[in-house]
Design a protein around this ligand. Structure first.
Ligand SMILES: O=C(O)C(=O)C[C@]1(C(=O)O)C=C[C@@H](O)C=C1
Length: 272
């Protein structure tokens, strides 16, 4: 079953995908939304998208695409992210990378290259491609990208602002493959309401049943200012009766909006 992820070859998403692509066939898209769209339409059986980073937080395009498209989350992949600075030589004036990678190296870049122009591009691997084409550009990405094609110099390694830098990815599948088994579950809740205590009421169904929430993130609904969609992750499977009861309560609270079950899944830690 072919999988699709963020390209070109050599992105961190690509590395995470090799962990879950059964037959090794992997295609690439230039944006997370295009990946989710391709999986929702059934063009691909699997997709891998970045969700959250330990330094920079949510990948908001991914959260919004999960709220908008009908797909299932079938696995969570957590991988350490160790960035390198790659260029044809030390004389460059621009650093090109994914906005998440630039942000994860913010202190390093301000300290070592305060005058460099930072250019946000579609992915880390695309930034490295630009560096390969242009001596005035350096890329930030996985150090192994230096060896593909025309060699680049690895000017510095481990330039992320925290040694423990890690990113969480979701493997997604067409909605019909939604699983109820697995240790964690993700939901998206749109209450379409705003009153004192609403957020507290949304969290109570989990607290009452001793379900441990691992993340609550709000995103603008896009409908009007101050109106939010909530992404909720917790440690219980959809197959558990307590999860079903908690979701029943949520559906009642969100009677003017909706509750979307993204699926239950297990976590894989990929170390390179
Ligand atoms: O550009 C890449 O290599 C990606 O796979 C994207 C991405 C992200 O969006 O967070 C993935 C992992 C790292 O956190 C940096 C960038």
């Amino acid at each position: 079953m072919a999988a699709v992820t963020l390209g070109p070859e050599g992105t961190y998403s690509h590395r995470a995908t090799t962990a879950v692509a059964d037959d090794g066939e992997i295609d690439f898209r230039q944006s997370v939304t295009a990946i989710v769209d391709a999986v929702a339409s059934g063009e691909y059986g699997r997709g891998v998208i970045p969700i959250e980073n330990s330094i920079e937080g949510s990948v908001t395009e991914s959260l919004d695409a999960l709220a908008e498209y009908d797909v299932a989350v079938v696995r969570e992949i957590v991988t350490p992210i160790r960035h390198a600075l790659l260029a044809q030589g030390p004389e460059f004036d621009t650093v090109a990378s994914h906005s998440q990678a630039l942000a994860q190296c913010r202190s390093y870049l301000e300290r070592e290259y305060p005058d460099a122009t930072l250019e946000a591009v579609a992915s880390t691997a695309q930034g490295v491609e630009f560096a390969r084409d242009d001596p005035s550009v350096a890329g930030i990405g996985h150090p192994a990208n230096a060896e593909d094609g025309v060699d680049l110099e690895v000017l510095a390694e481990d330039i992320q602002d925290q040694d423990s830098n890690a990113t969480r990815f979701f493997a997604i599948a067409p909605a019909a493959e939604r699983s109820t088994g697995g240790g964690k579950t993700s939901l998206v809740v749109y209450p379409n309401a705003n009153y004192p205590g609403l957020l507290l009421e949304l969290l109570e169904p989990f607290a009452e049943r001793d379900i441990n929430l691992t993340r609550v993130e709000s995103r603008p609904s896009g409908q009007r200012l101050g109106d939010y969609v909530f992404h909720v992750d917790f440690e219980a499977g959809l197959y558990e009766s307590r999860t079903g009861a908690a979701i029943d309560d949520l559906e009642e609270l969100a009677e003017k909006g909706w509750v979307k079950r993204l699926g239950s899944y297990d976590t894989e830690h990929v170390v390179e």
